[in-house]
Ligand binder design. Structure first.
Ligand SMILES: [Zn+2]
Length: 212
């Protein structure tokens, strides 16, 4: 039993805390809704922000609402090179030990000491879908992408399960460009092992001539 998982591309964006937002946009400022995103409750805001690193700057970066507990800047690995910031692959919200950057808004600039991540590719799904697919929250799976002469099997795709999610896989712009994504790209979860796998262990086994 499998299901068709729509693949959506997340371009670089910022999640912001209420406190940081008011510092950068003013005490009376508010987030202004532009449009809904695929995950229920998440929306694109009118407000834009500048992100500055040692080697470069991105102006007009999108802010996604609602406010988060911690400010988080999500970039692709290509983006991190342009800014001169180390790229750390993390799940959203897991920002301990990540690099910081400078944020600029209409009312000033703010140095954040952490929060710049390259989002780990992931699938959002509901508990019902997880049950159908025999997957638990935080499991990692392989996803084979439907493509047009450039299909990929993505490994290390973490699955997040919540009643408030809508089924979709999120990749960044580097990952989307790595397979020839059509207008409506999708993938399926493929099971390559019976037990839990580890891709580094798999490589070692292959090098040692062990075929599973
Ligand atoms: Zn996501």
């Amino acid at each position: 039993m499998s299901v068709k998982i729509p693949i959506e591309t997340s371009a670089r964006h910022v999640h912001i805390s209420k406190q940081d937002f008011h510092f950068l946009f003013g005490e009376d400022a508010e987030l202004h809704y532009v449009k809904e995103l695929s995950q229920p409750g998440q929306y694109l805001c009118e407000e834009r922000i500048t992100v500055v690193g040692p080697r470069g700057t991105f102006e007009n970066m999108a802010i996604l609402g609602p406010f988060r507990k911690d400010t988080q800047v999500e970039l692709s690995l290509t983006d991190t090179r342009k800014l001169g910031i180390p790229g750390m692959i993390r799940q959203s919200g897991d920002i301990e030990g990540t690099p910081g950057c400078i944020l600029r808004g209409p009312m000033g600039a703010l140095t954040i000491s952490r929060g710049v991540i390259v989002a780990k590719r992931h699938i959002h799904m509901t508990p019902d879908e997880a049950l159908t697919l025999r997957i638990r929250d935080n499991d990692e799976v392989f996803v084979l992408t439907k493509s047009y002469g450039r299909a990929l099997i993505y490994a290390d795709v973490v699955v997040r399960v919540s009643r408030s999610f809508r089924l979709s896989m999120h990749v960044d712009t580097d990952e989307a460009n790595a397979f020839s994504s059509d207008a409506e790209p999708y993938g399926v979860i493929v099971k390559l092992f019976d037990d839990t796998y580890n891709t580094d262990k798999w490589i070692e086994e292959v090098l040692e001539g062990i075929n599973r």
